[in-house]
Write a new protein. Structure first.
Length: 189
């Protein structure tokens, strides 16, 4: 939500996608989430910039191996800094900017898949990844669809990250909202 409020054009594009693909008569359902590519792009871009856990689960090298020219001894603990990889300007154009369009279909996606790793990669990826993405899609979709959102002031929302395993924001999000037409209907206003 913080990224959407700091980028109102993205929020408007998401609303337009909802109006076109879901309509204003029904609440987004699980089956709808897969049909909303821009919503998926917003989620991917948010997870790229703000992964739930900046360091992936530690791994142990079962044998001597080489990673990017560094020799890793057997039984060494390997920590992957997903936060740094997903913000690396050598891997991402305009790496620190919130641009969901970088994940839209038709863009060069072949290597994007391996640079985006908020849940890890391969067989040791988080087993809850699919559930998390569905829940994120339904939750964010419902918030976009049922409410009209604004910042509490003209000042952009502070995105400074705090300390901790999950990188909370230093300043919690404060926003103003009012029920949309669908929100009024569903909330019985």
């Amino acid at each position: 939500m913080s990224n959407l409020l700091n980028n109102p054009h993205v929020l408007e594009k998401a609303r337009a996608e909802f109006d076109k693909l879901v309509g204003q008569e029904k609440l987004v359902e699980e089956a709808d989430v897969a049909k909303l590519p821009y919503l998926q792009s917003i989620i991917s871009e948010t997870l790229r910039l703000y992964p739930a856990a900046p360091l992936l689960v530690p791994h142990s090298a079962s044998e001597i191996c080489s990673i990017e020219g560094y020799e890793i001894p057997k039984d060494a603990i390997v920590m992957v800094n997903a936060w740094a990889i997903q913000r690396d300007p050598n891997l991402w154009d305009d790496a620190l900017s919130f641009k969901p369009e970088r994940f839209e279909e038709g863009k060069e996606m072949s290597d994007q898949i391996y640079k985006l790793m908020p849940f890890g990669l391969g067989r040791r990826a988080c087993p809850g990844m699919v559930l998390a993405q569905h829940v994120l899609g339904l939750t964010l979709g419902s918030l976009i669809q049922c409410f009209e959102w604004e910042r509490v002031s003209e000042k952009k929302i502070d995105m400074t990250e705090g300390q901790g395993l999950t990188m909370p924001k230093v300043q919690p999000l404060e926003a103003m909202c009012k029920a949309s037409q669908l929100g009024k209907k569903l909330l019985c206003f």
